[in-house]
Design a binder for this molecule. Structure first.
Ligand code: SF4
Ligand code: SF4
Length: 402
């Protein structure tokens, strides 16, 4: 974990509003779509300031804004000059592309607004230029999505735009107005709640009502990205018992059809994609490592068995076949009442329930000895002994009668 400390003297006090400027570089806009699906808290919660103690957000987003043209751009210009008169954060979506490359041919990769050139002609202002200008005065620079954090798909092998993530672009010595390095919330697209929750935590900190949220050594919110997705996976029990899907649609662990979950830091299985629903393996998709700095190249080819699984899944197969069978034996006993054990049969009309054999009975006896080694065993239940009320069904003219 990072040992970052922020001087209290840098903290503004009594803030009622914090401006958030959304800047898009090389992106598909998926992060924007993901954040408007957030529910905990929602973007509307942040805009209306309904989180107790958190200042209200004034959002400047090129897609969601109701203003346009110079009216929309004016606050960007003020913030870039340090004249906004209110604290602000910059949220970057998409990778930072090398505008020098595009400029050499008279073009640009991505931009927002325009400045006049020496001839009075409007020239687009590249996103990277906004990032550079605004980063000097921002309270925090927050990269959302894998393109903005690590470079992502635009920076994959070939990389014709010479793309990079925000941290690479601003450099390791960068510190925001609050003394923070770049905050990174990866994912392709990132989970919406991961973004809003981190922004809310930073807002509470800005307002002096919360501690500085804990970030790991790569600037990820530690409480969201500290565990592998495998640890929270609903299929992890199958992995442990050595049961693996052979094709998509199977219910077992997906590692042999291309899941990298055991080494990928992501919380989507616990949190769901939107409103607690969905999430990759929950809906049958193997993890392709989209939150990780090595994505996509390090996880290619997608949907092929990761090499590491040759060792780990085969070990699980061996241990799982032993552990799984022992568990089955215990489960069979836990599916019986004390009376059924005494009677030596299960009175179910739904189907025949096999009675335990001698080996199973001995194993269960030993198991119970261990179970109650240090605590008293409950007295055997007399459940079901009121036999005088037992129904005795007979058939008369094809109908059941007592
Ligand atoms: S599907 Fe992936 S994340 Fe889930 S248990 Fe299997 S390997 Fe782990
Ligand atoms: S489970 Fe894997 S593919 Fe799915 S969001 Fe997380 S890192 Fe990306």
């Amino acid at each position: 974990m990072s040992a970052l400390s922020v001087s209290a003297s840098l903290l503004p006090t009594n803030i009622e509003e914090v401006h958030a400027f959304w800047i898009a570089g090389g992106s598909c806009d998926g992060c924007s779509i993901a954040i408007v699906g957030a529910t905990s808290p929602s973007v509307e919660d942040l805009l209306r300031g309904v989180i107790p103690g958190a200042p209200k957000i004034v959002l400047h987003h090129p897609v969601l804004a109701v203003t346009a043209g110079e009216k929309f751009m004016a606050p960007f210009r003020l913030a870039a000059e340090g004249k906004l008169g209110a604290p602000f954060v910059v949220v970057c979506e998409g990778s930072i592309m090398d505008e020098g490359l595009a400029g050499a041919t008279g073009g640009y990769w991505s931009g927002l607004g325009a400045d006049e050139d020496e001839n009075g002609d409007p020239q687009p202002i590249p996103s990277s230029s906004w990032v550079k200008r605004m980063s000097k005065h921002a309270a925090a620079m927050i990269a959302v999505g894998t393109c903005a954090t690590w470079g992502g798909i635009p920076a994959a092998a070939g990389n014709p735009t010479n793309s990079a993530g925000l941290m690479d672009f601003l450099g390791e010595d960068y510190r925001s107005g609050l003394g923070l390095p770049v905050v990174n919330i990866p994912g392709c697209a990132p989970q919406g709640d991961n973004m809003t929750e981190t922004i809310a935590a930073v807002l509470l900190f800005l307002h002096g009502l919360g501690p500085l949220p804990e970030f790991d050594e790569l600037g990820r919110p530690a409480w969201l990205f500290g565990e592998t997705v495998h640890r929270g996976c609903t299929r992890a029990g199958f992995y442990e018992e050595g049961e693996f899907a052979e094709e998509y649609g199977d219910k077992e662990c997906l590692v042999e059809v291309g899941c990298w979950g055991p080494v990928v830091q992501c919380n989507i299985n616990k949190r769901g994609a939107i409103g607690g629903m969905g999430g990759c393996m929950n809906v049958g998709a193997p993890c392709i490592g989209c939150t990780m700095p090595g994505f996509p190249d390090s996880f290619a080819p997608f949907y092929a068995t990761p090499p590491g699984t040759i060792v780990s899944s085969n070990i699980s197969r061996v241990t799982g076949s032993i552990v799984g069978n022992l568990r089955k034996m215990t489960q069979n006993y836990q599916n019986r009442t004390a009376k059924w054990n005494r009677d030596g049969k299960v009175p179910s009309g739904w189907g025949h329930v096999e009675e335990p054999n001698l080996i199973e009975k001995v194993a269960h006896f030993a198991y119970q000895k261990l179970q109650f080694w240090n605590s008293p065993k409950p007295k055997e239940s007399t459940h079901g002994n009121i036999l005088e009320h037992k129904m005795d069904w007979k058939k008369e003219n094809g109908k059941l009668k007592v």
